[in-house]
Design a protein around this ligand. Structure first.
Ligand code: SF4
Length: 326
């Protein structure tokens, strides 16, 4: 096993402030004890409803938030922990593609300058070599090299996402975090961007974390899938296994609501009842118990551990007790 990235019991809390003086009245755990491991060359899909902690996890990976507890290791070296600054600087090796590339592009700058920004910040190359590299990267993402002279408003949404990908790739990263990279795009354009990411991953041997609220999108790109609920891991499984045999009741509900071309799945729709609880005041025991059709008394008091279940690992008392067959 050759893990490029590991997370050990990662936790991220934020203060809850109230009143005119913004006094801290509590803590909210956006990410609560997440461990994972991604092998070189593989793509982990991270799925869950908005507010489940997936974007916070991504921001910790690229150094935008330090973890409150736990450790992140990259190539076996500590990248971040609660008491560490950037002990090991992997900013060049880990890059992120955002949902909305337009907001991260300066409208007054030709896109070539925005793409080259990382090279300038890290003092890589001179003007001539940077310009050449920008042209090459633009071609790699399916745009003409001359596109670097144009401004962000001259591009369509899909083209701008290609520019966002070019910005990430110009640093020759080993690991790319894609944070909902297609959710702001039309369906027809989504497929093009997903195909481009798959092609680039294979060509450049990238390791990726692909974050989405949409399981159908994740199915297209991921090797393994991690399902998160209220800051915790609910289930991790190889992608084919997760779609063929979801185990956690939350995964089953998510899957049943996902339009997937599989006639055998028709009629299996499981409707989630109730709202996603507030992470400020999470339910005791299993965080999913207020919405779970299989919840019992144990679920209301005991947080389920993440345990092996076939090729998956699942945090569910019903799976552990074998009463999840329905
Ligand atoms: Fe449902 Fe209990 Fe499993 Fe949680 S632990 S998902 S409440 S059966």
């Amino acid at each position: 096993m050759n893990a490029l990235l590991e997370m050990h019991e990662i936790k991220k809390t934020f203060p809850v402030r109230k009143g005119i003086f913004q006094r801290i009245v509590g803590q909210v755990a956006a990410v609560n004890g997440v461990s994972l491991s991604i092998e070189r060359g593989r793509t982990l899909g991270l799925v869950g409803e908005s507010g489940c902690g997936k974007s916070t996890l991504a921001k910790m990976l690229v150094g935008l938030y330090p973890p409150s507890d736990g450790e992140i290791l990259f190539e076996g070296k500590v990248l971040a922990g609660p008491d560490t600054g950037a002990e090991f600087d992997a900013t060049r090796k880990i890059q992120i593609v955002f949902q909305d590339p337009y907001s991260s592009l300066d409208p007054r700058l030709p896109v070539g300058d925005s793409i080259a920004e990382g090279l300038v910040i890290h003092g890589i190359g001179d003007n001539k070599s940077r310009r050449k590299k920008v042209g090459e990267i633009l071609e790699l993402v399916g745009l003409p090299p001359q596109a670097g002279d144009r401004y962000p408003h001259e591009f369509s949404g899909g083209q701008r996402q290609r520019i966002g990908i070019a910005r990430a790739l110009i640093m020759d990263p080993e690991f790319v975090v894609c944070d909902e990279p297609t959710s702001a795009l039309d369906v027809s354009v989504q497929a093009q961007i997903l195909n481009l990411l798959k092609k680039l991953q294979a060509e450049l041997n990238l390791t990726m974390m692909f974050i989405s609220h949409n399981l159908a999108v994740v199915k297209h790109v991921a090797d393994d899938v991690m399902v998160m609920y209220l800051g915790r891991v609910a289930e991790v499984a190889p992608v084919d296994d997760l779609f063929a045999n979801p185990r956690h009741p939350y995964t089953k509900a998510l899957l049943s609501a996902t339009p997937i071309a599989d006639p055998e799945r028709r009629g299996e729709r499981i409707k989630l009842t109730g709202e996603l609880p507030s992470p400020i005041n999470p339910p005791p025991g299993c965080p999913f118990h207020p919405r779970c059709p299989l919840a019992n008394d144990r679920c209301k008091s005991e947080v389920p551990a993440l345990l092996p279940a076939g090729p998956a690992t699942v945090a569910c008392h019903a799976v552990e007790e074998g009463r999840d067959a329905a």
